[in-house]
Design a protein around this ligand. Structure first.
Ligand code: ADP
Length: 554
């Protein structure tokens, strides 16, 4: 797809320079554009700031007809429209809370013989709830003027993702109604299971996938035990490493944001708080002050961060446990956009795990703006959603408790990417403190775990398999009578976290894979472990050994 002799190549290059002011294409941009302009359904995984917008705005400009863009937040849409209009590209948007007369005007233009719009942005709610819009799209399609359908932040389609938004699920209707219109799905965060789930839910056919490494070499990761002195530690860390520099401190609750900000102010920092119960004007004011460096530190819930393009954020601190590894990776990703060295520090205590778990089950945890407006505890399938959230949280706990493996490997496995730990170059706490590492043979444990996945019918999540292996008698274990399985409790003598490390390793080695299971009439999903029989044969026949890191500390 990297070729430059497609019929549109000349036009593409000329417009990239003339209209968008770019001298060249960034990684994968040309490839994505060539694939979508050839008429294929395309799924793009590109980190934030990678340049996803150009991959549909440039084709929209040079193709006849209108490109429909589904985007989750009106504020993001308005920002995009402003940039497009500045570049003289006609674009409009429709959202649920727009005046009817304003909407009528846009519909009139869409119906006109020479519709001037090149791009039409809509929120997912609009697609899910507006028959008028669907009829309008049918009309455009009949006139061969529906050029392409773009789904931005496509991971919101999946319940297995950390920003699930129910209205995104209704988008499957677009491919049913317009099977010949190419769909371009874009996201900066998706595990392999999320990607699969999105492709299925949207009904993408022979989809071409572009993904690039999510490793951010300039970010330095560490996890620090959280004690009562946590705020003193944060104050000291910032003074010693990032004095007067820009940073974000993610906190769990609104009260935490206010407490942390107040304490840092007392310590002489220019800090402010930001959370969902402030009014929008107040929030916008704080964000502006921070963007202009009038304050350095923003203490925020995950409500803060979407669409923020400040290049010189030098640190992201997590004052409490994040809800999932994808969420954590995305929040850290707001640091160091300019490529300069930046710190990502997470303060971890087991009691925070209990607290987050409780807040999730009560539905009182603040969500990112992508997922907000949807109260998980009120849905008919809340039991399943809760299970998924708990599984995500448990993985985050094992990330924090792992004091051996490279942090980059641990994050990237989760995003479906293999990573060679020597490339970390001691930029995470675990790689830094290890003088040398030897390999430890854990083939025996690996065989038991694979066997256990088979014995329980390849229907359960990794945390359940680990529970059975460690000999748990929890209600869920008993409900499935897994206390009677021969390998129940065989791993109870192992050091804390070891079985979990071996299990993760088996996923990276492709011996086990995580698949999405659609569970019930509500179509909710969970992730279950399956055995790759071919690789398992190599393991059981003795042709394959499993080695994990065993360390010598400095
Ligand atoms: P994403 O949506 O992937 O987060 P954007 O589409 O917002 O990223 O692009 C991020 C920034 O990169 C924007 O300021 C955009 O103008 C710029 N950009 C995109 N493509 C190019 C390119 N080929 N050359 C230079 N700058 C680019």
């Amino acid at each position: 797809w990297s070729g430059n002799n497609f019929p549109w190549t000349k036009k593409l290059e000329a417009n990239n320079k003339k209209v968008f002011g770019n001298h060249s294409f960034r990684l994968n941009q040309r490839e994505v554009i060539n694939a979508t302009m050839s008429g294929y359904d395309v799924f793009v995984l590109m980190p934030t700031g990678g340049g996803k917008s150009l991959t549909y705005q440039l084709p929209a400009l040079i193709c006849p007809g209108v490109t429909l863009v589904i985007s989750p937040l009106v504020s993001l849409i308005q920002d995009q429209i402003m940039h497009l209009l500045q570049a003289n590209i006609p674009a409009a948007y429709l959202s649920a809370n727009m005046e009817w007369t304003e909407q009528q005007e846009i519909f009139r233009e869409l119906n006109s013989e020479y519709c001037k719009y090149k791009l039409l942005y809509v929120t997912p709610e609009k697609v899910a709830k507006s028959d008028v819009l669907l009829r309008q799209l049918e009309n455009l399609n009949a006139r061969q003027l529906l050029a392409r359908i773009v789904i931005d932040e496509a991971h919101c389609v999946s319940q297995w993702g950390h920003d699930f938004r129910p209205d995104y699920q209704a988008l499957g209707i677009l491919k049913q109604k317009f099977p010949n219109t190419p769909v371009l799905a874009l996201t900066a965060t998706a595990t392999a299971s999320v990607k699969e789930d999105v492709v299925q839910a949207l009904g993408l056919v022979n989809c071409i996938v572009f993904r690039q490494s999510f490793n951010r070499p300039n970010l330095w990761y560490s996890v620090i035990p959280k004690t009562k002195k946590c705020l003193d530690d944060i104050d000291k860390f910032i003074k010693e490493n990032h004095y007067d520099e820009s940073g974000i401190i993610y906190c769990l609750s609104r009260m935490d944001c206010e407490k942390v900000a107040e304490r840092l102010q007392e310590c002489g920092h220019k800090a402010a708080f930001y959370h969902g119960s402030m009014d929008p004007a107040q929030r916008a004011f704080v964000q502006k002050q921070w963007s202009k460096d009038e304050i350095n530190i923003i203490c925020a819930t995950v409500a803060f961060g979407m669409g923020i393009n400040k290049p010189d954020v030098r640190f992201v601190i997590h004052h409490s446990l994040p809800k999932s590894i994808e969420g954590y990776h995305q929040e850290c990703g707001r640091a160091g956009r300019d490529g300069q060295r930046s710190s990502c520090v997470l303060y971890y205590s087991y009691s925070d795990y209990i607290r987050v778990k409780h807040m999730i089950s009560q539905g009182v945890i603040e969500q990112s703006p992508l997922a907000s407006g949807y109260n998980r505890s009120n849905t008919a399938n809340s039991g399943r959603v809760l299970e998924t959230n708990t599984e995500n949280l448990l993985r985050m706990v094992s990330y924090c408790e792992n004091d051996v493996d490279c942090r980059r490997i641990l994050q990237l496995i989760h995003l479906g990417e293999k990573f060679d730990c020597t490339t970390c170059k001691k930029t995470c706490d675990n790689c830094l403190k290890i003088k040398s590492f030897m390999e430890k043979d854990v083939t025996g444990i690996a065989k038991q775990l694979v066997e256990l996945v088979k014995l329980t019918g390849q229907q359960f999540s990794s945390s359940h398999i680990l529970e059975v292996y460690r000999g748990s008698f929890s209600q869920f274990v008993k409900k499935h009578r897994h206390q009677t399985v021969t390998l129940h409790g065989v791993g109870k003598h192992l050091a804390k976290g070891e079985a979990s490390r071996v299990l993760r390793h088996l996923v990276t080695e492709d011996l086990l894979s995580e698949e999405v299971k659609k569970s019930d009439v509500y179509g909710s999903v969970s992730s279950i472990l399956k055995v790759n029989e071919l690789k398992a044969c190599e393991l059981f026949s003795g042709r394959k050994t499993i080695l994990i890191r065993s360390v010598h500390y400095y």
